[in-house]
Structures are given as structure tokens and as C-alpha cells.
Design a protein around this ligand. Structure first.
Ligand code: WTA
Length: 692
């Protein structure tokens, strides 16, 4: 087709000055692309023509500049934001090499700004005051609300004034435990406005997890709501917060104020348990405050938020993002990866309790003056057509979701999709885990009517924003590949020795040099930051992911290479689940691995050794799972508990997870060498108990 030829031609005629940037050299190899025709999906000419980045050539030009002159590239972009005072002479300062001293990343240091001002006041001043900032769609069809930019600004200011009034100051932490009500982004923005550091805890975490986070960051106030309805279930969030606050006070962290929003549709005030001296109804106090609030101007390197995430060992890590670089990076990635235009209606299905909700529900869209949909409910309630109903209702043009949602809807009849027009859609997005080619094709062909490019965005809580992502319209896509690095991102693949490998290869995904959205430290533990991310491969940031690069330079993420399990796009550390299991008095030892799961991507598979003499029972199995639900949250509950008289260990006592993974996935002919085990007979015992 002519379309195809045009792309290949333009690729082939790219300047060969791509130099030593390996993936660019690969793009230049136009003939290689031609051979893979069947795997390539080309954007339409019409799409490319209107796109911000219409061709590989344009990407090449911008990418090259971003790598050769990061300071110039990013300060040009940063100049379009409002800064009370410009940053210092030096745009960025970095050391990513542990051999050269402490790891340090700074962008726009000395620049004075406020991200809330840039999200709201700037847009209102630019004439967008009456534009819808958020369309809110409730759990029940027909229940909805909107906020314009000016209304959002007023609401944010009222809460900001209240927070100041109760003594919250710049640098203080605020813990937020809210579902997807508009009050969640309102709270984030109010904190940002006064320089307070928000720490949003996903409202699916248990009381114990919430308590752990409260104890770690010692907030001035906790903000929640009484209850929420998700699908047909009512969840009593305030009860969970009450339990968490009892627990945190036992660890010496007591909270004076618990601001509680009355979510009337889920639960009435009267039936909410209340502690008079501590609890305050949002609706009783917030509306009384003035709708204007002076901004607290902060340094670009002042912290904006903490967000806890799981690692392979120990307790969750408080990832720290600062203000200036994060602001510039989330806004820019949003604009290019979704080819955002002012007429778009954008919907991201993520919850603000995760990084995706921070960067691409709240900050990225608002910084671009976008109209975004926020959805409180569940994607299959009241039926599996709900998402497409919402797409039609708001005329959504950009729809960003997770592969697990795609796979779960794929199992239902296509009729649920076809019932709706979906004509408004022009860009689709995916995040959280690799999207398998069959889910990619269903999403592309059916949901997007074969006309919407899919931005499969690879990134992490730590990276703040997109790192490897398609730019829709720029180049052909391959189903399941996150394609090429974003501007300013030097993605490299290294071998076990930390040596960069080029061309067609696979290995560990690392990043060379900093980017503005990078996290700056782990809260209260800079040493763990260095050890976890910068020591494994000196000179690089190590992502924890495996990746391969094909002969055309496309990147294919292959999943975590550490002991982190990705369940429905949620990161869960095996160590956390194991510790919840062994806290059960009848559990002697536990080892947890991830197994392939049709919908969730990965499921949690737990091998459990009981205390001597305790018999296996269904009740015990339930009790063990309940322990995990209570200590982490329902989303971390093991899918399978496998009774284990013993675990396969080396002579030095190390559990051989490789063998456990094979047993869990029933690949029994691929167990490999078991002769180095202290007791090779445990393997046969485990296999014998597989279906007990
Ligand atoms: C995985 C979510 C493949 C990856 C934004 C990463 C992905 C972890 C993709 C981060 C993708 C995320 N393709 N894998 N498009 N996006 N991942 O911190 O393993 O919750 O390390 O951030 O999710 O999860 P996190």
C-alpha cells in the first residue's frame, strides 16, 4: 500500500547521522521493516498528518536534540510553564554513578514555581476557566458531575485554606485514603498549593498497610471518606482508617485530625462511626472557607509527593518526587504520547492511588488544560459494556487503560463493545504490564475500529512519567511492543555484568543519564535508593525489568526480573506476601512466586510449610489467605496455596525460586538441575501435593 511505502521510504531516507544511538540506527534500517510487513501496523495518513510528531524523521530530530543537548531541550519546554523565578544557570545536575559518590538528581534547581498554579490558575488566566476539567462518572449509571477549571480552582482553594488553618505547612505530609471521587485530585492539588507533601494510599490497601505508611511519613492529617460503592459492594473506608489510626498510635504516631468526606450515595453520616475529638466532616467545614488561597511558592526540588511502592525485599518504599522536573515531564509526555489536542476528551481508568493516577489522571492532563473523565466504579458494572457506554456518553477521544482490563472484557461477548459507537476514539493507551499481542489486536481491531494507534507506555512509579512509548502517528506499531524511548530517555540493555549490548539482544533494562521526572530518593532512606536502583549496574538506573530489542530497534518488555509480582498491573513484593503468611501462627515458612494468569497477567502462588504436626485443611488455607488480605489488601490475596512439607533449598539455605516457578506453572519437565539442592527429594514431595 502507498501508506506503507511512504513510511518505509521516510525511514530509509533518514539522515545517517543518528550516530551512536543504537535504536536510532535501527530505525534507519528501512529495509528490515519492509520484511516484517505483517507485524507492522501503520497509522493512517490522516492521523500522521495532524500529529505532533508526524514522522520518524521528526522524532529523530527531536530525540537527537534531547540527548545531545538535554539542558537546551528541556529548558525550552520548561519555559512555557509559569515560574515565579527562573532556575539557576545550571538546568540539571546529576550523578548516577555510585562509584563517583552519592547519587544525586536535580532539575531546574533554584526555579520557584507551584504545580497547582500551573494546573489551575494558569489555565484560568489563559481563558479556560469555563472549560470542563473533570467529568465525574459515578458507580451507578446516570450519577455524574462536572467541575470546570474555575470551579476546581475554588474547591482546591477552600481545602487549601482549611489545611493551612489546622496547621499544615510547607513540607508536612498529608495521607489521603480516598476512592475515585473528585475530592481525590482536589486534595492532591490543595496539598501542592500550600507546599504540603501528599501521600495517597490506594483505597484497596488494608488497615495494616495504611498504618505502616502513616507511621513512616507521620502526617499532620488523614483525609478519607466514609464509604464507597464499587459495583454492587459497599466498602466502609472510614472503618479501615479507624483501625489504621489505632494501630499507628500504638506505634507512637497519633493523628489529630481525620477529615472525612460524606459520600452520601454509599453511606449516610448517621451510620458512620465517629470519634468526636478527632473526626471532622468535610462538608461541615470546607464550604465555609474562602475560594481564593495564595500559592506557596516552592523550589523546583521541593518534594511534591510520596508514593509507596513494593520492592523485592522488605517493606514498601516511599518514592519521592519533586516539583519542577515532574511537572515538566508529566505534561510533556502526556502531550506527545497521546498526541493531545485541546479538543480531546481524555479518560484514564487508573486510580489516583497509583502512579498512573498521579501523573495521568491529575497532573499531566490538567497541566495541558485537558478535560478528563474520572470514573468511580468498576469497568464491568452493571455490565461489561460500561466502559464503552462512558466513551460514548462523554465522547472520549483518548482512552488509557491496563491490559488486565482489556483481557477481562475480552472474555465477554464482543456484542458488549459493538453495541456502542466508539466513534469519538482516536488514541488508545495501555500501561501496567506487557500487553500480549492477542489483547493488543482485540483492543486495536474491535475497540478502536482499527483506526486508533495504541500507546503502550512503559514506565514506573520511580520514573514519574513515560519512558518507552509509541508516539501515535510517528511510526508503525508492532502489537505488544512499547516501541522507542521518549525524548531525553537513554534506554539501554545490559548483560549480567552490566555491559551495554547493542543491536538485536535481550537483557536488563537500564537508563543512562537522568530525565526530569525521575524520583530523587526513597523517603528517609537514600541508602536503599542507591542500593536498589544504582548499585546493581554501576553507572545506570536499573529498572528491575527485562527487555529485548528486535532487529528494527523496537523494545519488548519481558516483565520483572526481580522478586516483584505484577498482578493486574499492581506491584506486589513476594517478601511482603511471605511475611503476611508466616505471621500466621501455624505457618512455619512460605515462598511466593508469580504464575501466568489469563486475566491478571500474573497470579500469586504461595508454597506454605506448616508448623510440625499441623494438618492441612481448607479452613487453614482460608485463614492464611485472610492474613494476606488483612495485612496488605484483597488485591494481594494468593490465588493458590500449595502445601509444602519442605522447600527446595541450596546447601547454604537459599530457596531456589526457579524450581518453585516451574512447579507452580506445571512445567515439570523443565525443572533443570536439582542435584545442588540440600534435599532433592522435596521436589517430588511438592509435585505429589500439587493438587491437594
Ligand atoms: C510494569 C506503573 C510492560 C513493569 C506505571 C514496571 C510495564 C512496572 C508497562 C511498574 C508496559 C508498566 N509494558 N511492562 N507498558 N508499564 N509495566 O510502578 O514491570 O506500578 O517495572 O508503575 O510495571 O509498575 P508501577
Amino acid at each position: 500500500t502507498t501508506n506503507h511505502l511512504r513510511h518505509v521510504e521516510s525511514m530509509a531516507t533518514m539522515p545517517s547521522g543518528a550516530g551512536n544511538i543504537p535504536h536510532l540506527n535501527a530505525i534507519v534500517l528501512g529495509e528490515a521493516l519492509a520484511c516484517e510487513e505483517n507485524d507492522l501496523i501503520f497509522p493512517s495518513d490522516d492521523f500522521s498528518r495532524q500529529a505532533h510528531v508526524p514522522s520518524p524523521l521528526k522524532y529523530l530530530e527531536m530525540y537527537k536534540r534531547s540527548i545531545e543537548d538535554p539542558a537546551g531541550f528541556w529548558s525550552d519546554i520548561a519555559s512555557s510553564f509559569y515560574w515565579k523565578q527562573k532556575w539557576d544557570q545550571q538546568v540539571y545536575l546529576e550523578n548516577l554513578d555510585v562509584r563517583k559518590g552519592d547519587i544525586r538528581i536535580e532539575w531546574f534547581k533554584g526555579g520557584i514555581t507551584n504545580i497547582c498554579y500551573n494546573c489551575l490558575d494558569s489555565n484560568v488566566e489563559a481563558g479556560l476557566g469555563d472549560k470542563i476539567a473533570f467529568y465525574w462518572e459515578g458507580n451507578e449509571p446516570g450519577v455524574d458531575a462536572t467541575l470546570t477549571y474555575i470551579q476546581l480552582l475554588h474547591n482546591v482553594c477552600q481545602l487549601a485554606n482549611y489545611l493551612k488553618d489546622i496547621g499544615v505547612k510547607k513540607g508536612d505530609a498529608v495521607v489521603v485514603y480516598l476512592p475515585m471521587l473528585m475530592e481525590l485530585p482536589i486534595t492532591m492539588l490543595a496539598c501542592a498549593r500550600i507546599g504540603a507533601v501528599h501521600s495517597v494510599v490506594f483505597a484497596g490497601f488494608s488497615a495494616e498497610s495504611l498504618a505502616q505508611r502513616i507511621v513512616d511519613c507521620k502526617p499532620k492529617v488523614v483525609i478519607t471518606c466514609n464509604a464507597v460503592k464499587r459495583g454492587s459492594k459497599v466498602i466502609h473506608l472510614k472503618d479501615i482508617v479507624d483501625a489504621a489510626l489505632i494501630e499507628s498510635s500504638q506505634s507512637g504516631v497519633s493523628i489529630d485530625v481525620c477529615l472525612t468526606y460524606e459520600n452520601q450515595l454509599a453511606m449516610k453520616k448517621e451510620s458512620t462511626k465517629w470519634k468526636e475529638e478527632r473526626d471532622v466532616w468535610w462538608q461541615d467545614v470546607i464550604p465555609k472557607y474562602p475560594t481564593t488561597c495564595a500559592v506557596e511558592w516552592v523550589d523546583a526540588e521541593d518534594p511534591l509527593f510520596l508514593l509507596y511502592t513494593s520492592g523485592s525485599t522488605g517493606k514498601p518504599k516511599g518514592v519521592v518526587h519533586t516539583t519542577g522536573g515532574y511537572m515538566v515531564y508529566t505534561a510533556t509526555t502526556f502531550k506527545y504520547a497521546f498526541d493531545y489536542k485541546p479538543s480531546d476528551i481524555y479518560w484514564c481508568t487508573a486510580d489516583c492511588g497509583w502512579i498512573t493516577g498521579h501523573s495521568y489522571v491529575t497532573y499531566g492532563p490538567l497541566l495541558n488544560g485537558a478535560s478528563a473523565v474520572i470514573f468511580e466504579g468498576a469497568p464491568n458494572y452493571p455490565n461489561p459494556g460500561r466502559c464503552w457506554d462512558i466513551v460514548d456518553k462523554y465522547q472520549v477521544t483518548i482512552f488509557y487503560t491496563a491490559p488486565t482490563l482489556v483481557r477481562s472484557l475480552m472474555r465477554d461477548s464482543d456484542e458488549y463493545v459493538m453495541r456502542y459507537s466508539r466513534k469519538s476514539l482516536r488514541v488508545l493507551g495501555s500501561v501496567g504490564e506487557p500487553i500480549n499481542p492477542s489483547a493488543w489486536r482485540w483492543f486495536f481491531n474491535l475497540v478502536g475500529d482499527s483506526k486508533c494507534p495504541i500507546s503502550d507506555t512503559w514506565w514506573q512509579t520511580e520514573t514519574g512519567g513515560f519512558m518507552i512509548t509509541p508516539l501515535p502517528g510517528a511510526w508503525p506499531q508492532k502489537p505488544g511492543s512499547a516501541t522507542f524511548p521518549f525524548f531525553g530517555v537513554q534506554a539501554v540493555i545490559v548483560d549480567e555484568k552490566g555491559v551495554e549490548i547493542e543491536g538485536e539482544c535481550s537483557g536488563y533494562l537500564c537508563i543512562k543519564s537522568s530525565w526530569p521526572g525521575a524520583f530523587r530518593t526513597l523517603y528517609g532512606d537514600h541508602e536503599r535508593y542507591e542500593t536498589t536502583y544504582f548499585k546493581p549496574f554501576p553507572g545506570y538506573y536499573f529498572s528491575g525489568d527485562g527487555c529485548s530489542r528486535d532487529k528494527d530497534g523496537y523494545h519488548w518488555l519481558t516483565g520483572r526480573v526481580d522478586d516483584v509480582i505484577n498482578v493486574s498491573g499492581h506491584r506486589i513484593g513476594t517478601a511482603e506476601v511471605e511475611s503476611a503468611l508466616v505471621s500466621h501462627p501455624q505457618c512455619a515458612e512460605a515462598a511466593v512466586v508469580g504464575v501466568e494468569h489469563e486475566v491478571k497477567g500474573q497470579g500469586i502462588y504461595a508454597f506454605v510449610t506448616l508448623v510440625e504436626g499441623v494438618p492441612y485443611s481448607e479452613e487453614l488455607r482460608k485463614g492464611l489467605i485472610l492474613n494476606v488480605r488483612k495485612q496488605i489488601g484483597a488485591f494481594a490475596a494468593p490465588d493458590k496455596v500449595h502445601w509444602a512439607p519442605g522447600l527446595p533449598k541450596t546447601r547454604s539455605g537459599k530457596i531456589m525460586r526457579r524450581i518453585l516457578r516451574k512447579i507452580a506453572s506445571r512445567q515439570l519437565d523443565e525443572l533443570g538441575d536439582t542435584s545442588t539442592l540440600a534435599d532433592p527429594s522435596v521436589v517430588d514431595q511438592l509435585i505429589a501435593l500439587a493438587d491437594v
